[in-house]
Design a protein around this ligand. Structure first.
Ligand code: COA
Ligand code: AMP
Length: 641
């Protein structure tokens, strides 16, 4: 008998398609509702229908209170592990039990209420990977406030855009973040963002970290520790505020095809149900076990699998403030897994490529007892077969690629460990999860036969947890996702399915690139390049990078009459992207060229430039205006990539 025969996957997926309301209604029994749903799915509501309409619930209650009430009070909810907090120690570990976490969240939620934060108000977090970030997110959920976390690697301008769009009552931030060899000074970035934004928050709650403190702005900034101390001394404790299942839990901005990011909205009810379902059925983890997601709280993967899902499930979550290599070595992942007995670990392939480069023989792996470690999950970018093969060989456990988007909040296609694994095919994240009908279509939305590349789309309605809309932008949401292929959600990923229904996700159909598992818009970067006074025209594209998968590369055409040294301008451009977008862009390469290759209708031939930069085979496009330009590009790239 092969593993395929023992998997319940096919039956379960078929049922979710045949009877979605029955399927998700049953999954919803795992959640404690204040009032049950009037309808499991209401097709008349929202842009494509809404899940669990009329239900009343509280996300924080399901993450904390119910576990404290049912015997998990003394179980550890969060293990925070930081190899960066104290350079003299291998790592600094802080643990909070479910009861301690609840106590902290109740107090902080009460503090927020004292600031006038109420149901539906927005709260921005711009924070490093510290337990207080989790406490703040759960405190928002407790009182029905809507959090919007901004990744710490984004610059002030990006933070300002998000403050402007969400109009937060409060901002949570910290004196510093810790990156290897440097502090991230959040406070000056926050001050600048508030200066740039026409919307000003009522207050900022700042965590002073011992590694480096910051100045507080009188009247606006408040010391987190002091507020906490006073609230606890006064025995302040906020109860859970009932919200509708369809009310927003959070807004998470992600790169769109223009410079303006898209505010993906996540609701309370669908998110609870889908994420809870996934913990055992997809990740194969039982309540009480330790789950480690090595992402950042600023990304969707961090929201779902550092903060929420492990706690919905009564598991223990690990939050790691370190890197796969260099903190201090390529063994840090194995140290964390072994020290904290993680049963499953979830990270991005880029992290494995970094480890493999430093430790190709896997010598660090054998220094640790990994006997509790059952499964490795990869997502965030395509898991390239050589990386998966290396990880399988070294770890001797299943390595599971699964495909996600910020918009979906959880896995679209994966290999369901709890239902029984299907055979792994390298290069494929396996099969659609329940509720997802994944099709590959042509431009006219006609399904394509197996093996044929096309646009990957999801048949509407999307399952619970997927975005109901973009924050205050219903029209943009329809335009971005629903209009091009009627009846479908457009993933903007291209790929194919094989004869067994396995999905292969090969790349994006828009201008999004994936740099070290981080989603970035080249269009957004082009806007920054074009803002430089010497730049007449530009193009940014993702070129192959051995560790990060892709790295951005900018081509510049300078204005006539600019006589300054090209190298100087290129340096300014690199600094400009870091300043405007942030270090996360990893933008290090700007190349000046005399002209850009274009079609006769004036379109820049990005695809051909990319092939040349990647060293791939390329053919002369029939529509090219002047074939000589490609030779110039080849020349300019020599020695630069
Ligand atoms: N706050 C501030 N700056 C940050 C940051 C944060 N939270 N995260 C990253 N940065 C900075 C880095 O310090 C770096 O700055 P530098 O240019 O001064 O060196 C820059 O942003 C680029 O970071 P990154 O692309 O992450 O490169 P890296 O060299 O620091 O690390 C990897 C490379 C592969 C080790 C790392 O990217 C990694 O672990 N990626 C996994 C990503 C992941 O888990 N994604 C979630 C999807 S599952
Ligand atoms: P994000 O919204 O940041 O999670 O990025 C989503 C995008 O990352 C997807 O649209 C894909 O292009 C890419 N991606 C994520 N996971 C995978 C995967 N397992 N295989 C291929 N691409 C992936």
């Amino acid at each position: 008998m092969n593993i395929h025969d023992t998997s319940r996957y096919h039956d379960v997926h078929a049922r979710s398609m045949r009877d979605p309301e029955g399927f998700w209604g049953e999954a919803a029994r795992e959640i404690d509702w204040i009032e049950p749903a009037k309808k499991i799915f209401d097709p008349a509501m929202g842009l494509y229908g809404r899940w669990f309409t009329g239900a009343v619930v509280n996300t924080c209650y399901n993450a904390l209170d119910r576990h404290v009430a049912s015997g998990r009070a003394d179980q550890v909810a969060l293990i925070h592990d930081s190899p960066l907090a104290d350079p003299a120690a291998p790592s600094t570990v802080t643990k909070l039990t479910y009861a301690q976490m609840l106590h902290e969240v109740q107090a902080l939620a009460a503090v927020m209420q004292d600031f006038g934060v109420a149901k539906g108000d927005r709260v921005v977090l711009y924070m490093p990977m510290v337990p207080e970030a989790m406490i703040a997110m759960l405190a928002c959920a407790r009182i029905g406030a809507v959090h919007s976390v901004v990744f710490g690697g984004f610059a002030a301008t990006e933070l300002a855009t998000r403050i402007e769009a969400t109009r937060p009552k409060l901002v949570f931030s910290a004196s510093c973040g810790l990156e290897p060899g440097r502090f991230v000074h959040y406070k000056p970035l926050l001050d600048e963002a508030i200066r740039l934004s026409s919307v000003k928050p009522d207050g900022c709650i700042i965590l002073q970290r011992p590694q480096q403190q910051c100045e507080l702005v009188a009247g606006r900034d408040h010391d987190w520790a002091e507020l906490r101390r006073n609230a606890i001394a006064a025995k302040k404790s906020a109860p859970c505020i009932p919200v509708l299942a369809t009310d927003p839990l959070y807004i998470l901005y992600t790169s769109g095809t223009t410079g303006k990011p898209k505010g993906v909205v996540r609701d309370n009810g669908g998110h609870l149900v889908a994420l809870k379902w996934s913990m055992f059925n997809l990740y194969g983890v039982e309540p009480g076990e330790v789950f480690w997601c090595g992402s950042d709280i600023g990304w969707v993967v961090g929201h779902s699998y550092i903060i929420y899902a492990p706690l919905f499930h009564g598991a223990t979550s690990i939050m790691y403030e370190g890197k796969p290599i260099g903190t201090p070595d390529a063994g840090s992942f194995w140290r964390v897994i072994s020290q904290h007995h993680a049963a499953a670990f979830f990270t991005a392939p880029t992290a494995f490529r970094a480890i493999r480069k430093e430790d190709p023989e896997g010598n660090f792996i054998r220094r640790y007892d990994l006997s509790k470690f059952r499964t490795l999950f990869l997502a965030g970018e395509r898991a390239d077969p050589p990386t998966v093969e290396w990880a399988e060989k070294q770890l001797k456990i299943p390595v599971i690629d699964h495909w996600w988007q910020t918009e979906t909040g959880w896995c679209i296609a994966g290999n369901p460990v709890g239902l029984g694994m299907l055979p792994v095919k390298h290069g494929s994240p396996t099969v659609p999860m329940p509720g997802y009908q994944v099709d590959v279509v042509d431009e006219a939305a006609r399904p394509l036969p197996a093996g044929t590349m096309g646009s990957i789309v999801i048949k509407l309605p999307m399952p619970p947890a997927c975005l109901p809309t973009l924050w205050e932008q219903d029209e943009r949401c329809k335009e971005a996702y629903f209009n091009e292929f009627p009846g479908y959600y457009k993933t903007s990923d291209a790929g194919y399915k094989d004869g067994d229904g396995y999905v292969y996700v090969m790349g994006r159909t828009d201008d999004i690139i994936n740099v070290a598992g981080h989603r970035l818009s080249t269009g957004g970067m082009e806007e920054i390049l074009a803002s430089h006074p010497d730049v007449a025209e530009c193009a940014v594209l993702g070129v192959k990078d051995a560790i990060k998968g892709e790295a951005p590369c900018g081509f510049l055409v300078l204005k006539a009459g600019v006589t300054r040294a090209h190298a100087e301008i290129e340096k300014e451009i690199v600094a400009l992207v870091r300043d405007k977008l942030g270090p996360v862009a990893a933008f290090r390469l700007a190349i000046t060229v005399a002209r850009l290759p274009k079609t006769r209708s004036g379109k820049i031939l990005r695809g051909t430039i990319k092939k040349i930069a990647d060293g791939d085979e390329w053919t002369m496009p029939a529509t090219i205006e002047d074939p000589k330009v490609l030779e110039e590009i080849e020349g300019a790239l020599k020695g630069r990539v």
